[in-house]
Design a protein around this ligand. Structure first.
Ligand SMILES: [Fe+2]
Ligand SMILES: [Fe+2]
Length: 488
């Protein structure tokens, strides 16, 4: 009996669902061909399956990447195994000679397609359903297949519900119904073509770190803050950090015996800065991380005592070099405290050879952004979140990442969201300590930022004015909509 496509099989991305429907029809066609022993269509079926595997898997992988899907690498490997399986079956079919000897191979193709549908599409691909409705995050690499604009589609549905209202609104209020927009920098594409393993290793580490730094570089041109961004949010800092890592940290890693051994054993052809991590054994990943940590440890300030017994921190020459390398070109470029052990801990946390944090960070941010809109800036077509939802969500997010990053998540909210004022930050810090010293232990950079705000009284005054304007506009909108609903 032919298989019938059901809505429950859909992921919710039009192009991928269309591909999966095509797989169902290929399965039905192979079933029919086996039943009727129609060997004349066999070759064409194998060809169509190979074509399906090539185009669909690539399309799905681009979608997973753009959605920050954490299971990307594993899923990509499954696709590769499926492609290999299809290729082997085709080879066996062709080498079986003409006639009935090919029939078992055609049946094997049918069985394979059954498994692809039952185990892969319904077992693996359906996990992608949870990603639909989230925002598109990164640009597609040049030459890659286009991605289904699922986010655009879902937003269009929301906006369509209110189209008549949007068009009717007085122009000065129209922006209150526009979906929230922001700028997220693009992730650089993987680099390949290395002939030297050590160079590949250096570049792969740089890319892995970049996946964290780029996440924190998000911004919103509509939100202007008077103070410079924290260093982790600055692209200029990222460039300087990479240079410092190349000079002070990477030599320890690439000169280690294990990496030298890999250099002589591994052919770099086909490897790039992404699949480098798939190729490493867990032991080697652990080794790179241990070298990374120990190189940073070497830069730590050491406790000492002056002749009079006063405690001091001794700064090594290399640490002074690090400080010089990370200085901003201009005080307005980014805010960086004098580098001490707290900063060295943070820098150490930026490389993880086991976990690629990009997907988790972006998923967390999608939720934060949705909750911000719902609690602080709800459009009329959205649910409203309870008061305190954003604060609770941020506090919960702290648990998911290295502890030093929570601070920068909170500061990213301030730089991205118009209504996350310094007053919100101030209240937020009260959740993590009874006094400033306690708060500083958990949120040192937010507390530092708030001290700077206190030094510029105009900042609070401007935030209060903006908040009053927003409240007045919302009141105007409420009155307008009330009148409109009353009139209809
Ligand atoms: Fe699929
Ligand atoms: Fe898949």
């Amino acid at each position: 009996m032919p298989i019938v496509w059901r809505d429950a099989m859909a992921i919710g991305v039009a192009e991928l669902d269309a591909d999966h429907k095509k797989l169902v029809s290929l399965l039905n066609a192979s079933e029919k061909a086996v039943g009727e022993q129609a060997l004349e269509v066999g070759a064409r079926l194998f060809e169509l399956v190979a074509d399906y595997a090539q185009t669909h898997f690539q399309r799905e992988e681009v979608f997973m990447l753009s959605s920050g899907f954490s299971g990307y690498e594993r899923h990509k490997r499954l696709h590769q195994a499926m492609t290999d399986e299809a290729r082997q079956l085709w080879r066996a079919y062709l080498s079986a000679g003409e006639g009935p000897a090919r029939l078992p191979h055609l049946a094997a193709l049918r069985d394979m397609l059954r498994r692809w549908l039952a185990e892969h599409v319904l077992g693996e691909d359906l996990q992608l359903k949870a990603l639909t409705g989230k925002r598109m995050r990164i640009a597609v690499a040049p030459g890659a297949a286009p991605v289904a604009p699922r986010e655009v589609l879902s937003r269009q549905v929301e906006v369509q519900k209110t189209t008549d209202v949007v068009y009717d609104l007085p122009p000065e209020l129209a922006h209150l119904l526009q979906p929230f927009s922001c700028e997220v920098p693009e992730l650089p594409p993987p680099e390949g073509g290395f002939t030297c393993f050590e160079d590949l290793c250096r570049a792969a580490i740089r890319h892995r770190i970049e996946r964290v730094l780029v996440f924190f570089q998000r911004g919103n041109p509509q939100v202007r803050r008077a103070l410079p961004p924290p260093f982790l949010a600055s692209a200029e800092f990222a460039g300087k950090f990479h240079a410092a890592v190349a000079q002070l940290i990477l030599p320890t890693i690439v000169s280690s015996r294990q990496i030298k051994m890999m250099s002589t054993n591994i052919d770099c052809a086909g490897l790039d800065t992404d699949n480098f991590w798939d190729m490493l054994t867990p032991i080697l990943k652990e080794h790179i991380l241990a070298c990374w940590r120990s190189a940073w440890d070497d830069l730590r300030l050491l406790p000492g005592k002056k002749p009079d017994g006063t405690r001091i921190w001794q700064v090594k020459e290399e640490t002074r070099t690090l400080r010089a390398l990370l200085e901003p070109s201009d005080a307005a470029a980014y805010d960086l405290p004098r580098i001490g052990n707290r900063e060295i801990d943070l820098f150490t946390s930026l490389l993880d050879t086991v976990t690629d944090w990009w997907g988790q960070l972006n998923r967390c941010w999608d939720i934060v952004e949705d909750i911000y809109e719902q609690e602080k800036d709800p459009r009329i077509f959205q649910d409203k979140a309870r008061a305190g939802a954003l604060r609770d969500n941020l506090l919960a997010a702290f648990e998911k990442f290295p502890e030093q990053w929570g601070d920068f998540l909170v500061l990213a909210c301030h730089r991205m969201f118009p209504r996350i004022s310094s007053l919100f930050l101030e209240r937020f810090t009260h959740n993590v300590g009874h006094n400033e010293a306690e708060r500083e232990l958990h949120l040192p950079y937010t507390v530092r930022y708030l001290r700077q705000v206190r030094g510029h009284p105009g900042i609070r005054a401007e935030e209060e004015r903006q908040e009053a304007d927003w409240q007045a506009e919302m009141e105007q909108l409420r009155l307008y909509l009330k009148g409109r609903n009353g009139a209809s």
